[in-house]
Design a protein around this ligand. Structure first.
Ligand SMILES: NCc1[nH]cc(CCC(=O)O)c1CC(=O)O
Length: 314
């Protein structure tokens, strides 16, 4: 196999959103590729793409559309050849990609846990009744209401920096963020406590970076194979199979997490009512190679347990 490696004169174009977190993820991808092939950083250019989701920041996500909001423009640029690869937070990615694109390269996964962030309280349990908590995630909102129906939840959109600023301004007394984002940005100064996954099961694919490419670009496929993390791929295969069968989108409070132990995969899943009045969960253990089947089966089981009106929000 002869690789046609990029050069400073003909660099590989890496597409990304412009948030600090997205940029950090694009830089990590460039660094891994440069190291794997002993290339200078100038053999890569990072192309920032503004998406609809980034442009409209004053309305709840569910009003302006589903998950594709943060990916549509990037995928169009990938298809047209304006960029060669696109780096994504897998948590934000729809389960199916547009014709002609494939998303099967994953970097080693970061901390999967959610973080509880509050300048005034150490933990969720410490929050006084009536405290205002900010989040724009339907999953976190539902999980929070399930545990603490006495709290008040307000919509909290914007990137990590914006949300931390809102906390500072007192718009809310606490919020949640992914530990992965805080770690990738090196934000050790943020008053964050990791929430164990048995307390708050994370979103499917939380903490994982995925790299999308054109199906027909075999040169890029061969390059990406050098930086792919197989265990992350195995975990996400099971989690995304679960999500796909549930037909999950941004508007669905769904949580799912696969973990590996030797040759065994341990998958947990949860679906919640939008108002947090009820949750149904399940766990399954299987050989790693059966992860996709297990994800699908667990979704079907939860769907049948849930009954009809549980999924009214669908
Ligand atoms: N929906 C926004 C989003 N997408 C990915 C991350 C964090 C990083 C990750 O989970 O990989 C975040 C922010 C957050 O949830 O705090």
């Amino acid at each position: 196999m002869t690789l046609n490696l990029p050069t400073p004169a003909q660099p590989l174009k890496i597409g990304t959103r412009g948030s600090l977190l997205a940029l950090a993820q694009a830089h990590e991808t460039r660094e891994r590729l440069a190291t794997a092939f002993d290339l200078p950083f100038e053999a890569f250019t990072i192309v920032v793409i503004k998406t609809t989701g980034d442009k409209i920041i004053d309305r709840p996500l569910k009003e302006i559309g589903g998950k594709g909001l943060f990916t549509r423009e990037i995928e169009a640029d990938l298809l047209s050849g304006d960029i060669d690869i696109a780096v994504h937070s897998m948590k934000d990615m729809p389960t199916l990609q547009p014709e002609g694109l494939i998303l099967d390269t994953y970097l080693p996964r970061e901390d999967v846990r959610d973080a509880f962030i509050s300048p005034t309280s150490r933990s969720l349990a410490d929050l006084p009744a009536g405290t205002v908590v900010g989040t724009s995630s339907l999953r976190r909102r539902a999980q929070l209401m399930l545990k603490r129906p006495d709290l008040e939840v307000v919509e909290f959109r914007g990137n990590l920096q914006t949300r931390l600023m809102k906390l500072e301004q007192g718009v809310a007394a606490a919020t949640f963020l992914a530990m992965a984002g805080l770690n990738r940005l090196g934000m050790a100064e943020v008053p964050a406590t990791a929430i164990e996954t048995d307390v708050m099961l994370p979103a499917v694919a939380q903490g994982a970076i995925g790299i999308e490419r054109r199906v027909e670009d075999s040169n890029v496929a061969n390059m990406l194979a050098a930086i792919h993390d197989t265990p992350t791929g195995q975990r996400l295969a099971a989690e995304r199979s679960f999500l796909l069968e549930l037909d999950g989108s941004c508007e669905t409070p769904i949580a799912g997490l696969a973990e590996l132990d030797g040759g065994t995969l341990y998958l947990r899943g949860e679906v919640l009512r939008l108002d947090g009045s009820e949750a149904i969960n399940d766990a399954i253990t299987c050989p790693i190679e059966d992860g996709v089947k297990a994800g699908k089966e667990m979704a079907q089981k939860l769907l049948s347990q849930a009954g009809k009106d549980f999924f009214d929000w669908r």
